[in-house]
Design a protein around this ligand. Structure first.
Ligand code: D41
Length: 677
């Protein structure tokens, strides 16, 4: 009996190690996560019942172990070196010169082979494997001494608990960077926000904070990964003679390595690699702060050696910093198209993320409170990728005297209308609507924009000018502009004025989707506008529609449906559409024949779980047959499709005598219309 259990445990572990490797090292999972979890749970049960069979490389350690009182110090057997930095191409070229000079004058400029790899922004660690089993994980610390974080590293999926394959040294130290991918960072911070906890300022911080947990169960819940970048101690085994090949070998033993790594010849290729990766930087799923270049040949590395803790054979070429310190000079409040009032920080200009930044968003009042930021404060600004610069924190120790509290305005800073706030929402809005000059300008800019009516040459600046000069106060006025008046505007002239009028004229021939989008209904983006256009075919049926019909359209939920109905319920908006059409704004009308479809005019609600298809798939199939599918049971509902787990909707249907179908009846129905799965 015990033999059987031991055998089952062995098979489970083998399976779990294998799928873990496929998932993390090869990025190529072959079973669903749920199946992996089932295997892991089964192993957990067997180990709980037979604790004598637990081993230090069991995949169950991935979920975390009993909390520690403190971390113990670990002295590294070989020091973990640091990296010298190069901040521009010249410093990188100097590095190459030094390498060549040391290795012998006869070498040409492009003689050296370099391994180029992204410099991950995380925490450097050392992992010791004995006979292929992970026995110790430690932070780099100061390079000489770090902390024992073995329990924590065991929870990280991309760190093998047991190596696989051939030729594994008896004792092997693998070094690498533990980091939190961008998506995991967002998720971690979202959870922290929901729990009212302090947010992490960046992924590196989040990785460090997650590794520093004495309770490894917490670490297990954070999305951390490790990428191997070199080896330390190697005993009782041989490694290949080039850095690139060593990484390849580590990958075969089960480690994740960076697939962006490339071995190139000479410094020019290194510079080209930097440029290529800079372009790719924002698309990478993890943050990097530069490129690491390493002389590829291990023999040459030995020859070059190191000076005071940094190898002579490697260098980090840093990207421009994404975070900088500056000062908050003031806060302005901007009013957006929907009236949302956004506090915008005016900063002492600072070079960050490759550009000079003088504004950053402060999002809303809650954010100002969360940051505890005051005018005059020393702040850390962050510009990562193409997103709007943010203030991530203040530097409390550098708060000058005389800072001023940031007061949120009581009325709209543009039109002085009352500011309103929906309970539970963080945004405050101006209630002025199109009376508000700011909302008016934004509405016109949106109307004219490329994805909306696409009025060529009518950019943001010109809209502001036209409104400020009182030539227009609504989109309708665009169609009454006079050539002479436009021509007199700054930087316009006859020709530009004529071009603008021509563009306005041309833009009148549009599509229904563009027109719907250009109306600027809240939460109606391009995709929703397209769905609406497709469903209704023309504007009149959309104007007359109701929430129930809207809810039956793909991707439209109760909130958007409410905004749409609310928009067309306003007489002003209906009038505006009427007048725009009078001015010649038009689109090809598409005949939609919902009536011709077999389930036209019938209304379905889906509840509970289905086995053969998801609820969304069922919804789509019913819609394709012309049915409307809504979320609430009412007297108008023709059928409720109820799977296991149905609750209040089923009760409601029974109360209202709405017929109920089970899954097999639904499948029959679909089949009878040749729409089966
Ligand atoms: O991605 C990294 N952060 C990274 C760090 C990397 N790809 N390679 C590295 N290589 C080294 C040497 C050359 C010393 C083996 C490193 C680091 N060191 C390093 N990380 C923290 C200090 C040094």
């Amino acid at each position: 009996m015990n033999q059987d259990i031991a055998a089952e445990i062995a098979v489970l572990r083998e399976d779990l190690h294998h799928h873990n490797y496929l998932y993390y090292a090869l990025d190529n999972p072959q079973i669903p996560d749920a199946e992996y979890d089932r295997l892991l749970r089964r192993l957990q049960v067997l180990e709980n019942e037979n604790p004598e069979l637990i081993t230090t490389d069991s995949p169950t350690l991935r979920v975390g172990s009993a909390p520690l009182d403190a971390f113990t110090q670990v002295k590294h057997e070989l020091p973990m070196l640091s990296l010298d930095n190069a901040f521009n191409d010249e410093e990188l070229a100097d590095f190459n010169k030094r390498v060549i000079e040391r290795l012998g004058d006869s070498l040409t400029d492009d003689a050296i082979e370099y391994a180029c790899e992204p410099k991950l922004d995380g925490i450097a660690v050392s992992l010791i494997y004995e006979n292929g089993v992970l026995v110790l994980g430690a932070t780099r610390g100061d390079g000489t001494t770090g902390e024992d974080i073995t329990q924590n590293v065991r929870t990280i999926g991309s760190i093998p608990l047991r190596l696989k394959g051939e030729g594994i040294p008896e004792r092997l130290e693998v070094r690498g960077e533990i980091y939190m991918p961008k998506a995991g960072f967002e998720k971690t911070n979202k959870l922290a926000e929901e729990k009212g906890e302090k947010l992490f300022v960046n992924p590196r911080n989040a990785a460090a904070g997650s590794l520093r947990q004495l309770d490894s169960k917490i670490t297990a819940q954070r999305s951390l990964e490790m990428c191997a970048y070199s080896v330390g101690v190697v005993q009782g085994g041989q490694l290949p003679s080039g850095h690139g090949q060593i990484l390849e070998q580590l990958s075969q033993w089960g480690f994740r390595i960076n697939r962006e790594m490339q071995v190139v010849h000479g410094i020019e290729a290194c510079i080209a690699y930097y440029a290529a990766l800079s372009d790719k930087r924002n698309q990478l799923p993890y943050e990097i702060d530069g490129i690491v270049y390493k002389v590829n040949d291990i023999k040459l590395q030995r020859e070059l050696g190191f000076i005071s803790r940094a190898p002579r054979w490697a260098i980090a070429r840093k990207f421009p910093a994404q975070e900088e310190i500056t000062q908050l000079m003031g806060v302005e409040f901007q009013v957006g198209r929907t009236g949302a009032i956004t506090p915008v920080a005016r900063l002492k200009p600072v070079f960050v993320g490759g550009v000079t930044v003088s504004n950053a968003t402060l999002h809303n009042e809650d954010e100002i409170r969360r940051l505890d930021v005051r005018v005059g404060d020393t702040v850390i600004v962050r510009r990562a990728g193409d997103v709007i610069p943010q203030i991530v924190s203040i530097v409390e120790s550098r708060r000058p005297s005389g800072t001023k509290e940031i007061l949120f305005p009581k009325s709209c800073p543009v039109c002085e209308s009352v500011i309103v706030q929906v309970p539970g929402e963080a945004v405050k809005r101006c209630s002025g609507g199109l009376v508000c000059g700011a909302q008016m300008k934004e509405a016109i800019k949106h109307y004219a924009s490329r994805k909306a009516m696409d009025i060529d040459g009518l950019g943001d600046k010109l809209v502001e000018l036209l409104v400020d000069k009182k030539l227009i106060s609504s989109v309708l006025d665009l169609y009454h502009l006079e050539l002479e008046l436009i021509a007199e505007l700054e930087r316009m002239g006859e020709k530009s004025a004529a071009n603008l009028l021509e563009a306005i004229e041309t833009s009148k021939q549009t599509t229904l989707a563009r027109f719907i989008y250009s109306l600027g209904i809240r939460e109606v983006g391009e995709a929703t506008a397209r769905n609406l256009a497709q469903y209704y075919g023309d504007i009149d049926p959309l104007i007359e529609t109701d929430e129930e019909t809207l809810l039956s359209i793909n991707d439209i939920g109760p909130v958007v449906a409410g905004f749409i109905v609310g928009f067309f319920a306003q007489e002003d908006n209906r009038q505006l559409i009427h007048h725009l059409r009078d001015q010649g704004v038009s689109w090809p009308v598409v005949l939609v024949q919902h009536e011709a479809l077999p389930l036209a005019g019938t209304s379905y609600v889906l509840t509970g779980s289905l086995a053969a298809l998801t609820r969304d798939q069922a919804k789509e199939k019913l819609q394709l047959l012309g049915a409307t599918v809504t979320g609430t049971v009412s007297k108008k509902t023709d059928y409720l499709v109820a799977g296991p787990g149905a609750g209040s909707k089923l009760k409601k249907a029974e109360q209202l005598d709405v017929p109920v179908l089970d899954e097999s009846q639904l499948l029959e129905l679909l089949e009878s219309h040749n729409a089966a799965i």
